[in-house]
Design a protein around this ligand. Sequence first.
Ligand SMILES: [Ca+2]
Ligand SMILES: [Ca+2]
Length: 495
Amino acid sequence: MRLSTRTLAALTAAAALLTLASPVAHAAPLPPAPTFGQAIEDYPYRDPAPTGCASGAQAGTLDWKDFLLRHYPNTRNLGIFVCNTAGGAGGHDEGRAFDWGVNANNPVERDQAETVLGWLLAPDRFGNQHALARRIGIRFIIWNRRILHLNQQDKSWRPYSGASPHTDHVHFEMTWAGARRQTSWWTGRPSASDGNLATAADLVPSSSYEAGGWTRHAVNDGVLGSTRTSGWSSDGQTGVNHAEALEFRLPGRRWFDAVTLYPRDDPGNIGQGFPADFAIEVWNGSAWVPVASRTGYPLPSAGAHRFPFPAQWTDRVRVHGTSLRANPNDGNRFRMQFAEAEIHTAAAGRVSATSSIEDWGWSAQAVNDGERGSTGASNGWSSKGNPAPEATEWVEIALPAPRPTGRVTLYPRTDAPHAGMGFPVDFTVALWTGQDWETVVTRTGHPQPGAAPQSFTFPARPAERIRVTATKLRVDGPAQPTHHAQLAEIELAAS
Ligand SMILES: [Ca+2]
Ligand SMILES: [Ca+2]
Protein backbone atom coordinates (compact mmCIF):
# COMPACT_ATOMS: atom_id res chain seq x y z
CA MET A 1 0.00 0.00 0.00
CA ARG A 2 1.26 3.41 -0.92
CA LEU A 3 0.80 6.03 1.77
CA SER A 4 0.87 9.75 1.16
CA THR A 5 3.66 11.62 2.92
CA ARG A 6 1.07 13.33 5.06
CA THR A 7 -0.55 10.08 6.14
CA LEU A 8 2.84 8.61 6.87
CA ALA A 9 3.81 11.64 8.93
CA ALA A 10 0.55 11.45 10.87
CA LEU A 11 1.05 7.73 11.50
CA THR A 12 4.63 8.28 12.58
CA ALA A 13 3.57 11.05 14.96
CA ALA A 14 0.82 8.88 16.42
CA ALA A 15 3.23 5.99 16.83
CA ALA A 16 5.73 8.29 18.52
CA LEU A 17 3.16 9.45 21.04
CA LEU A 18 2.27 5.87 21.77
CA THR A 19 5.84 4.70 22.09
CA LEU A 20 6.80 7.42 24.52
CA ALA A 21 3.73 6.80 26.61
CA SER A 22 3.99 3.02 26.87
CA PRO A 23 6.42 0.26 26.02
CA VAL A 24 5.49 -0.65 22.46
CA ALA A 25 7.58 -2.95 20.28
CA HIS A 26 9.98 -1.19 17.93
CA ALA A 27 11.59 -2.45 14.78
CA ALA A 28 15.00 -1.31 15.98
CA PRO A 29 16.88 -3.81 18.19
CA LEU A 30 17.39 -2.86 21.82
CA PRO A 31 20.96 -2.19 22.87
CA PRO A 32 22.41 -4.70 25.35
CA ALA A 33 22.49 -3.88 29.06
CA PRO A 34 24.20 -5.62 31.97
CA THR A 35 22.09 -7.27 34.66
CA PHE A 36 21.73 -5.11 37.76
CA GLY A 37 20.44 -5.67 41.29
CA GLN A 38 17.86 -3.55 43.04
CA ALA A 39 20.16 -0.83 44.40
CA ILE A 40 20.21 2.14 42.07
CA GLU A 41 21.38 5.76 41.89
CA ASP A 42 19.16 8.49 43.25
CA TYR A 43 17.85 11.03 40.77
CA PRO A 44 20.57 13.63 40.15
CA TYR A 45 18.81 16.53 41.87
CA ARG A 46 22.04 17.89 43.24
CA ASP A 47 24.22 17.42 40.19
CA PRO A 48 25.67 20.90 39.67
CA ALA A 49 24.70 22.93 36.63
CA PRO A 50 27.52 23.61 34.15
CA THR A 51 29.72 26.53 35.13
CA GLY A 52 32.45 26.81 32.50
CA CYS A 53 34.69 24.98 30.06
CA ALA A 54 36.44 21.69 30.72
CA SER A 55 39.51 20.73 28.73
CA GLY A 56 37.69 18.24 26.50
CA ALA A 57 35.17 15.42 26.26
CA GLN A 58 34.64 13.39 29.45
CA ALA A 59 35.35 9.66 29.46
CA GLY A 60 31.76 8.62 30.23
CA THR A 61 30.35 10.86 27.49
CA LEU A 62 32.78 9.33 24.99
CA ASP A 63 31.73 5.84 26.12
CA TRP A 64 28.05 6.65 25.70
CA LYS A 65 28.66 8.04 22.20
CA ASP A 66 30.69 4.95 21.20
CA PHE A 67 28.01 2.67 22.62
CA LEU A 68 25.24 4.25 20.55
CA LEU A 69 27.26 4.45 17.33
CA ARG A 70 28.38 0.84 17.73
CA HIS A 71 24.81 -0.43 18.02
CA TYR A 72 23.33 1.93 15.45
CA PRO A 73 26.16 2.35 12.93
CA ASN A 74 23.96 4.31 10.53
CA THR A 75 23.66 7.11 13.11
CA ARG A 76 26.04 10.01 13.60
CA ASN A 77 28.26 11.79 16.08
CA LEU A 78 27.32 15.48 16.05
CA GLY A 79 29.75 16.35 18.79
CA ILE A 80 30.47 16.41 22.51
CA PHE A 81 32.92 19.14 23.48
CA VAL A 82 32.51 22.76 22.42
CA CYS A 83 33.84 25.57 24.59
CA ASN A 84 31.57 28.51 23.93
CA THR A 85 30.08 30.04 27.05
CA ALA A 86 28.89 33.23 25.32
CA GLY A 87 25.26 32.38 26.03
CA GLY A 88 25.99 30.73 29.40
CA ALA A 89 27.76 27.46 30.18
CA GLY A 90 26.17 24.21 29.05
CA GLY A 91 26.89 20.52 29.01
CA HIS A 92 28.94 20.71 25.82
CA ASP A 93 31.31 23.24 27.45
CA GLU A 94 32.05 20.69 30.16
CA GLY A 95 32.33 17.77 27.74
CA ARG A 96 29.34 16.04 29.30
CA ALA A 97 26.73 16.41 26.57
CA PHE A 98 26.51 14.29 23.43
CA ASP A 99 24.54 15.16 20.31
CA TRP A 100 23.46 11.87 18.76
CA GLY A 101 22.75 12.38 15.05
CA VAL A 102 19.38 10.80 14.31
CA ASN A 103 16.75 12.39 12.07
CA ALA A 104 13.19 12.63 13.35
CA ASN A 105 11.94 12.75 9.75
CA ASN A 106 13.61 9.46 8.84
CA PRO A 107 11.32 6.65 10.10
CA VAL A 108 14.19 4.21 10.66
CA GLU A 109 16.26 6.68 12.65
CA ARG A 110 13.28 8.02 14.52
CA ASP A 111 12.45 4.47 15.57
CA GLN A 112 16.05 3.94 16.70
CA ALA A 113 16.01 7.16 18.74
CA GLU A 114 12.73 6.32 20.41
CA THR A 115 13.79 2.74 21.02
CA VAL A 116 16.81 4.02 22.93
CA LEU A 117 14.76 6.62 24.84
CA GLY A 118 12.16 4.01 25.81
CA TRP A 119 14.97 1.67 26.89
CA LEU A 120 16.58 4.39 29.03
CA LEU A 121 13.37 5.50 30.72
CA ALA A 122 11.64 2.17 31.32
CA PRO A 123 11.31 0.77 34.86
CA ASP A 124 13.53 -2.19 35.69
CA ARG A 125 12.30 -5.52 37.07
CA PHE A 126 12.34 -4.07 40.60
CA GLY A 127 10.12 -1.16 39.62
CA ASN A 128 12.94 1.44 39.65
CA GLN A 129 11.70 4.16 37.29
CA HIS A 130 13.95 5.52 34.52
CA ALA A 131 16.36 2.79 35.52
CA LEU A 132 19.05 2.83 32.84
CA ALA A 133 19.04 6.63 32.53
CA ARG A 134 19.83 6.80 36.26
CA ARG A 135 22.46 4.08 36.02
CA ILE A 136 24.22 5.78 33.12
CA GLY A 137 23.85 9.20 34.74
CA ILE A 138 21.68 11.36 32.51
CA ARG A 139 20.50 14.79 33.66
CA PHE A 140 18.19 15.61 30.79
CA ILE A 141 17.34 14.73 27.20
CA ILE A 142 16.13 16.95 24.36
CA TRP A 143 14.56 15.34 21.31
CA ASN A 144 12.14 16.47 18.66
CA ARG A 145 10.79 19.64 20.30
CA ARG A 146 10.53 18.04 23.73
CA ILE A 147 12.68 17.90 26.85
CA LEU A 148 12.74 15.49 29.79
CA HIS A 149 14.59 16.30 33.02
CA LEU A 150 15.77 13.52 35.33
CA ASN A 151 17.06 16.16 37.78
CA GLN A 152 13.67 17.78 38.34
CA GLN A 153 10.58 16.65 40.12
CA ASP A 154 8.49 16.61 36.92
CA LYS A 155 10.08 13.87 34.81
CA SER A 156 7.56 13.95 31.98
CA TRP A 157 8.29 15.06 28.44
CA ARG A 158 7.59 18.76 28.17
CA PRO A 159 7.51 21.03 25.12
CA TYR A 160 10.91 22.41 24.19
CA SER A 161 11.11 25.73 22.41
CA GLY A 162 14.86 26.39 22.23
CA ALA A 163 16.47 27.75 19.08
CA SER A 164 17.11 24.24 17.72
CA PRO A 165 14.04 21.96 17.54
CA HIS A 166 16.39 18.95 17.98
CA THR A 167 14.83 17.11 15.05
CA ASP A 168 18.26 16.11 13.68
CA HIS A 169 19.76 14.88 16.94
CA VAL A 170 19.11 13.78 20.52
CA HIS A 171 20.90 15.90 23.13
CA PHE A 172 22.01 13.73 26.05
CA GLU A 173 23.31 15.73 28.99
CA MET A 174 25.11 13.66 31.60
CA THR A 175 25.68 14.05 35.32
CA TRP A 176 29.24 14.49 36.54
CA ALA A 177 29.10 10.97 38.00
CA GLY A 178 28.05 9.60 34.61
CA ALA A 179 30.51 11.73 32.67
CA ARG A 180 33.25 10.38 34.93
CA ARG A 181 32.15 6.75 34.54
CA GLN A 182 31.33 6.52 38.23
CA THR A 183 27.75 5.28 37.98
CA SER A 184 26.61 1.69 38.23
CA TRP A 185 26.45 1.35 34.43
CA TRP A 186 30.25 1.29 34.57
CA THR A 187 31.11 0.28 38.13
CA GLY A 188 28.31 -2.19 38.89
CA ARG A 189 27.70 -0.30 42.16
CA PRO A 190 25.44 2.74 42.57
CA SER A 191 27.47 5.90 42.89
CA ALA A 192 27.67 7.25 46.38
CA SER A 193 24.81 8.83 48.19
CA ASP A 194 26.41 7.95 51.53
CA GLY A 195 28.21 11.22 52.11
CA ASN A 196 31.31 10.18 50.11
CA LEU A 197 32.10 13.09 47.82
CA ALA A 198 35.39 11.73 46.42
CA THR A 199 33.62 10.40 43.36
CA ALA A 200 32.75 13.98 42.40
CA ALA A 201 36.27 15.31 42.98
CA ASP A 202 38.95 16.40 40.56
CA LEU A 203 42.25 14.69 41.28
CA VAL A 204 45.56 16.50 41.56
CA PRO A 205 48.36 14.00 42.28
CA SER A 206 52.00 14.95 42.90
CA SER A 207 52.76 12.39 40.20
CA SER A 208 50.81 9.64 38.51
CA TYR A 209 51.94 6.45 36.88
CA GLU A 210 49.51 6.15 33.97
CA ALA A 211 50.36 2.78 32.46
CA GLY A 212 49.79 -0.93 32.96
CA GLY A 213 46.21 -0.31 34.02
CA TRP A 214 47.17 2.28 36.64
CA THR A 215 45.37 5.58 36.36
CA ARG A 216 44.46 8.23 38.90
CA HIS A 217 40.86 7.98 37.70
CA ALA A 218 40.67 4.52 39.27
CA VAL A 219 41.15 5.95 42.77
CA ASN A 220 37.61 7.37 42.83
CA ASP A 221 35.80 5.07 40.41
CA GLY A 222 33.79 3.38 43.17
CA VAL A 223 35.72 0.09 42.76
CA LEU A 224 37.26 -0.53 46.17
CA GLY A 225 39.86 -3.14 45.28
CA SER A 226 42.65 -3.27 42.74
CA THR A 227 41.88 -6.44 40.81
CA ARG A 228 39.07 -5.19 38.53
CA THR A 229 40.47 -1.69 38.10
CA SER A 230 43.84 -0.85 39.58
CA GLY A 231 43.96 2.50 41.34
CA TRP A 232 46.28 5.47 41.61
CA SER A 233 50.02 5.01 41.80
CA SER A 234 52.63 7.69 42.13
CA ASP A 235 55.77 7.40 40.06
CA GLY A 236 58.36 5.11 41.64
CA GLN A 237 61.87 5.89 42.77
CA THR A 238 64.24 2.97 43.21
CA GLY A 239 65.76 2.93 46.66
CA VAL A 240 64.83 6.57 47.33
CA ASN A 241 62.16 7.29 49.88
CA HIS A 242 60.34 10.50 49.11
CA ALA A 243 57.07 12.36 49.61
CA GLU A 244 53.98 12.13 47.42
CA ALA A 245 50.51 13.65 47.75
CA LEU A 246 47.10 12.96 46.25
CA GLU A 247 44.72 15.89 46.37
CA PHE A 248 40.94 15.82 45.97
CA ARG A 249 39.33 19.04 44.77
CA LEU A 250 35.75 18.69 45.85
CA PRO A 251 32.77 20.26 44.09
CA GLY A 252 32.17 22.77 46.87
CA ARG A 253 33.04 23.53 50.46
CA ARG A 254 31.49 21.19 52.98
CA TRP A 255 32.13 19.92 56.47
CA PHE A 256 34.26 16.80 56.14
CA ASP A 257 35.20 14.52 59.00
CA ALA A 258 36.77 11.34 57.64
CA VAL A 259 38.81 9.84 54.84
CA THR A 260 38.72 6.14 54.03
CA LEU A 261 41.64 4.63 52.15
CA TYR A 262 41.57 1.26 50.44
CA PRO A 263 44.97 -0.40 49.88
CA ARG A 264 45.87 -2.59 46.93
CA ASP A 265 44.36 -6.04 47.25
CA ASP A 266 45.72 -7.74 44.13
CA PRO A 267 47.27 -11.08 45.13
CA GLY A 268 50.88 -10.79 46.25
CA ASN A 269 50.64 -7.02 46.71
CA ILE A 270 48.07 -6.62 49.47
CA GLY A 271 48.75 -3.36 51.27
CA GLN A 272 51.72 -2.44 49.08
CA GLY A 273 52.02 1.23 48.26
CA PHE A 274 50.19 2.29 51.42
CA PRO A 275 52.41 4.94 53.02
CA ALA A 276 54.14 4.28 56.35
CA ASP A 277 54.06 7.93 57.49
CA PHE A 278 51.31 10.17 56.22
CA ALA A 279 48.88 12.93 57.09
CA ILE A 280 45.37 13.77 55.94
CA GLU A 281 45.50 17.50 55.26
CA VAL A 282 42.88 20.10 54.43
CA TRP A 283 43.34 23.43 52.68
CA ASN A 284 42.29 26.34 54.92
CA GLY A 285 42.52 28.97 52.19
CA SER A 286 46.23 29.66 52.52
CA ALA A 287 47.97 26.51 53.78
CA TRP A 288 47.65 22.76 54.15
CA VAL A 289 46.68 21.81 57.69
CA PRO A 290 47.15 18.24 58.97
CA VAL A 291 43.99 16.91 60.63
CA ALA A 292 44.94 13.24 61.07
CA SER A 293 48.39 11.70 60.87
CA ARG A 294 50.04 8.35 61.33
CA THR A 295 53.66 7.26 61.62
CA GLY A 296 55.02 3.74 61.15
CA TYR A 297 51.68 2.53 59.84
CA PRO A 298 52.03 -1.26 59.41
CA LEU A 299 51.46 -2.97 56.07
CA PRO A 300 47.65 -2.82 55.97
CA SER A 301 45.18 -5.59 55.29
CA ALA A 302 42.79 -5.36 52.36
CA GLY A 303 39.61 -3.33 52.81
CA ALA A 304 38.61 -0.02 54.36
CA HIS A 305 40.99 1.95 56.58
CA ARG A 306 39.08 4.90 57.98
CA PHE A 307 40.76 8.01 59.37
CA PRO A 308 38.34 10.30 61.24
CA PHE A 309 39.13 13.87 62.27
CA PRO A 310 37.27 16.87 63.74
CA ALA A 311 34.94 18.33 61.11
CA GLN A 312 36.69 20.71 58.69
CA TRP A 313 35.09 23.25 56.35
CA THR A 314 36.97 22.89 53.09
CA ASP A 315 36.85 21.94 49.43
CA ARG A 316 40.37 20.51 49.18
CA VAL A 317 41.60 17.41 50.98
CA ARG A 318 44.84 15.54 50.38
CA VAL A 319 46.70 12.48 51.56
CA HIS A 320 50.32 13.48 52.06
CA GLY A 321 52.71 10.54 52.31
CA THR A 322 56.06 11.54 53.84
CA SER A 323 57.59 8.08 54.20
CA LEU A 324 56.70 5.49 51.59
CA ARG A 325 57.03 1.74 51.49
CA ALA A 326 59.48 -0.11 49.21
CA ASN A 327 57.80 -2.93 47.32
CA PRO A 328 60.07 -5.98 46.81
CA ASN A 329 57.78 -7.10 43.93
CA ASP A 330 58.49 -3.82 42.20
CA GLY A 331 62.29 -3.64 42.34
CA ASN A 332 62.06 -2.06 45.82
CA ARG A 333 60.67 1.10 44.29
CA PHE A 334 59.05 3.55 46.68
CA ARG A 335 55.57 4.49 45.53
CA MET A 336 52.33 5.69 47.09
CA GLN A 337 49.32 3.69 45.87
CA PHE A 338 45.64 3.39 46.73
CA ALA A 339 42.93 1.28 45.14
CA GLU A 340 40.28 3.79 46.25
CA ALA A 341 39.78 6.79 48.50
CA GLU A 342 36.59 8.17 49.98
CA ILE A 343 36.12 11.65 51.46
CA HIS A 344 33.18 11.72 53.85
CA THR A 345 31.01 14.70 54.71
CA ALA A 346 30.36 15.26 58.41
CA ALA A 347 26.70 14.93 57.62
CA ALA A 348 25.77 11.44 56.53
CA GLY A 349 22.32 10.84 57.92
CA ARG A 350 19.34 9.57 56.00
CA VAL A 351 16.68 12.22 55.69
CA SER A 352 12.93 11.76 55.55
CA ALA A 353 10.16 14.35 55.69
CA THR A 354 6.39 14.80 55.59
CA SER A 355 6.87 16.46 52.21
CA SER A 356 9.79 17.72 50.20
CA ILE A 357 10.29 19.78 47.09
CA GLU A 358 12.89 17.95 45.03
CA ASP A 359 13.71 20.59 42.48
CA TRP A 360 15.58 23.89 41.93
CA GLY A 361 18.31 22.85 44.38
CA TRP A 362 15.85 21.90 47.12
CA SER A 363 15.96 18.34 48.39
CA ALA A 364 15.40 16.63 51.70
CA GLN A 365 18.97 15.32 51.73
CA ALA A 366 20.29 18.89 51.37
CA VAL A 367 19.30 19.56 55.00
CA ASN A 368 22.13 17.25 56.03
CA ASP A 369 24.77 17.59 53.32
CA GLY A 370 27.31 19.68 55.19
CA GLU A 371 26.35 22.85 53.29
CA ARG A 372 25.15 25.34 55.91
CA GLY A 373 23.89 28.01 53.56
CA SER A 374 21.64 28.04 50.52
CA THR A 375 23.42 27.72 47.21
CA GLY A 376 21.88 27.17 43.81
CA ALA A 377 22.91 23.52 43.89
CA SER A 378 21.98 22.95 47.54
CA ASN A 379 19.29 25.17 49.01
CA GLY A 380 18.21 22.84 51.79
CA TRP A 381 14.91 21.19 52.69
CA SER A 382 11.60 22.75 51.79
CA SER A 383 8.21 21.30 52.59
CA LYS A 384 5.45 21.66 50.05
CA GLY A 385 3.54 24.93 50.07
CA ASN A 386 0.62 25.02 52.51
CA PRO A 387 -2.34 27.42 52.14
CA ALA A 388 -2.56 28.14 55.89
CA PRO A 389 0.12 28.56 58.61
CA GLU A 390 -1.50 25.88 60.77
CA ALA A 391 0.06 22.81 59.21
CA THR A 392 2.43 20.14 60.46
CA GLU A 393 5.61 19.49 58.50
CA TRP A 394 8.60 17.62 59.87
CA VAL A 395 12.03 16.60 58.69
CA GLU A 396 13.98 13.78 60.30
CA ILE A 397 17.61 12.69 60.15
CA ALA A 398 18.54 9.10 60.99
CA LEU A 399 22.21 8.98 61.99
CA PRO A 400 24.53 6.13 61.01
CA ALA A 401 25.20 5.50 64.72
CA PRO A 402 24.00 7.03 68.03
CA ARG A 403 25.77 10.31 68.77
CA PRO A 404 25.97 12.28 72.04
CA THR A 405 23.75 15.28 71.40
CA GLY A 406 23.42 18.36 73.60
CA ARG A 407 23.05 21.05 70.97
CA VAL A 408 21.08 21.41 67.78
CA THR A 409 21.69 24.19 65.29
CA LEU A 410 19.07 25.02 62.69
CA TYR A 411 20.42 26.97 59.71
CA PRO A 412 17.84 29.14 57.92
CA ARG A 413 17.88 29.57 54.18
CA THR A 414 20.38 32.31 53.33
CA ASP A 415 19.60 33.23 49.73
CA ALA A 416 18.90 36.96 49.44
CA PRO A 417 16.23 38.29 49.59
CA HIS A 418 14.71 35.18 51.13
CA ALA A 419 17.07 34.74 54.12
CA GLY A 420 15.19 33.37 57.10
CA MET A 421 12.03 32.66 55.15
CA GLY A 422 10.48 29.31 55.81
CA PHE A 423 11.96 29.14 59.31
CA PRO A 424 9.09 27.76 61.37
CA VAL A 425 7.18 30.00 63.79
CA ASP A 426 6.16 27.20 66.19
CA PHE A 427 8.25 24.05 66.29
CA THR A 428 9.75 21.30 68.41
CA VAL A 429 13.00 19.37 68.19
CA ALA A 430 12.85 15.77 69.35
CA LEU A 431 15.52 13.08 69.67
CA TRP A 432 14.99 9.36 69.33
CA THR A 433 17.07 7.79 72.08
CA GLY A 434 16.39 4.17 71.23
CA GLN A 435 13.03 3.78 72.92
CA ASP A 436 11.22 7.10 72.81
CA TRP A 437 11.03 10.46 71.18
CA GLU A 438 12.24 13.03 73.73
CA THR A 439 11.31 16.62 73.01
CA VAL A 440 14.33 18.78 73.79
CA VAL A 441 13.28 22.12 72.25
CA THR A 442 9.84 23.76 72.11
CA ARG A 443 9.42 27.23 70.60
CA THR A 444 6.35 29.28 69.85
CA GLY A 445 6.34 32.58 68.01
CA HIS A 446 10.00 32.26 67.02
CA PRO A 447 11.05 35.51 65.27
CA GLN A 448 12.19 35.50 61.65
CA PRO A 449 15.94 34.86 62.10
CA GLY A 450 17.30 36.26 58.83
CA ALA A 451 20.44 34.35 57.89
CA ALA A 452 21.53 33.78 61.51
CA PRO A 453 21.93 30.17 62.69
CA GLN A 454 19.66 29.29 65.64
CA SER A 455 21.29 27.09 68.31
CA PHE A 456 19.50 25.30 71.14
CA THR A 457 21.25 23.52 74.01
CA PHE A 458 19.98 20.92 76.46
CA PRO A 459 21.45 18.12 78.60
CA ALA A 460 23.35 15.78 76.28
CA ARG A 461 22.10 12.29 75.51
CA PRO A 462 22.83 9.75 72.79
CA ALA A 463 20.55 10.27 69.79
CA GLU A 464 19.93 7.99 66.84
CA ARG A 465 17.45 10.25 65.10
CA ILE A 466 16.46 13.87 65.26
CA ARG A 467 13.16 15.31 64.11
CA VAL A 468 12.25 18.97 63.70
CA THR A 469 8.46 19.36 63.66
CA ALA A 470 6.94 22.66 62.55
CA THR A 471 3.37 23.19 63.70
CA LYS A 472 2.98 26.81 62.59
CA LEU A 473 4.58 27.87 59.34
CA ARG A 474 5.79 31.27 58.18
CA VAL A 475 4.14 33.01 55.28
CA ASP A 476 6.30 33.34 52.15
CA GLY A 477 5.40 37.00 51.78
CA PRO A 478 2.48 39.34 51.11
CA ALA A 479 2.55 38.60 47.40
CA GLN A 480 2.70 34.83 47.93
CA PRO A 481 0.37 33.75 50.71
CA THR A 482 1.77 30.21 50.88
CA HIS A 483 3.58 28.66 53.83
CA HIS A 484 6.65 26.45 53.62
CA ALA A 485 8.87 24.94 56.29
CA GLN A 486 12.45 25.42 55.10
CA LEU A 487 15.91 24.82 56.60
CA ALA A 488 19.30 24.96 54.90
CA GLU A 489 20.96 22.56 57.35
CA ILE A 490 20.54 20.81 60.68
CA GLU A 491 23.62 20.10 62.81
CA LEU A 492 24.07 18.21 66.03
CA ALA A 493 26.86 18.64 68.55
CA ALA A 494 27.62 17.15 71.94
CA SER A 495 27.56 20.55 73.67
CA1 LIG B 1 39.16 2.20 42.60
CA1 LIG C 1 22.48 21.97 53.54
